[in-house]
Design a protein around this ligand. Structure first.
Ligand SMILES: O=C(O)[C@H](O)C(=O)CO
Ligand code: MG
Length: 245
């Protein structure tokens, strides 16, 4: 297995370029981030060049305080498209392979239509990049529009773009639907990225109700060879939590 350090959670005490250097020194094969927009993209690109690590992906901006994405918010299409444009530009400047388009807190048919429209816009402009959608669990993100892989699968089919993929975060999937390894296998062709954390405490993937050594075995058997995102909240210094790797 190869792993990507999610710098939205790991080494958050460091400026992003130094977090990239720390991830390389710790043996990660890639990095990914959440919202890097306060850091000039050329500084991030320089740290990526220096370390040789690829940036796998980043998220669209969340919106105003308390929002968690704009793409499924009826009446907010212009802002959602601007957030997509911003994310794709940052991804181009850092050669990031994917953009996670965040849905936001919404529900109902109008939200569904808004999300599909924004995703079509993003997929059309992605210029070779993958667009990701990620179901989030209802404990951490109550009211988030996209909650399950079943819902995501239907949306991917409806949008009908080959570059729209599922961000399969084992932590969220276990909390909402369970049956993680069967789902990985069944959804394999739709999955653009895999992320991990312990369940339910979102710590390092070495304890809790999901047995990750088995998940690694299944991913290897399925031929999954892109780095898996370590998206967990370290308790204490990140370096002290890497025994699982
Ligand atoms: O929280 C997560 O799992 C994400 O991957 C994310 O990008 C922000 O919500
Ligand atoms: Mg995630």
């Amino acid at each position: 297995m190869r792993f990507s350090a999610n710098l939205g959670f790991l080494w958050t005490e460091l400026p992003l370029p130094d977090a990239i250097r720390a991830a390389a020194a710790a043996g990660f094969q890639a990095v990914e981030c959440h919202w890097p927009y306060d850091v000039p993209a050329q500084e991030v690109a320089a740290a990526l060049r220096e370390t040789g690590l690829p940036m796998l992906g980043l998220n669209t901006r969340r919106g105003a305080a308390g929002e968690n994405g704009l793409s499924a918010l009826p009446g907010r299409g212009a802002e959602a498209r601007a957030a997509v444009d911003e994310a794709l530009a940052y991804a181009a400047a850092t050669d990031a392979g994917a953009v996670h388009v965040m849905a936001g807190f919404a529900e109902g048919p109008e939200a569904h239509a808004a999300f599909v429209e924004t995703l079509r816009y993003a997929c059309d402009r992605a210029d070779g990049r993958t667009i990701l959608i990620e179901p989030l669990n209802h404990y951490d993100a109550p009211g988030y529009f996209l909650r399950t892989t079943t819902q995501a699968e239907a949306i991917i089919a409806e949008v009908g773009a080959a570059n729209l993929k599922l961000m399969f975060d084992c932590y969220h999937v276990q909390l909402m639907e369970g049956d993680v390894t069967h789902r990985l296998e069944r959804l394999l062709g739709l999955i653009g990225h895999v992320q991990v954390a312990s369940v339910p405490d979102r710590g390092a993937p070495d304890h809790g109700e999901l047995h990750y050594p088995h998940v690694w075995e299944v991913l290897e058997r399925l031929g999954w060879d892109t780095p898996v995102g370590a998206e967990y909240r370290p308790v204490g210094p990140t370096e002290a939590t890497l025994g699982w790797m």
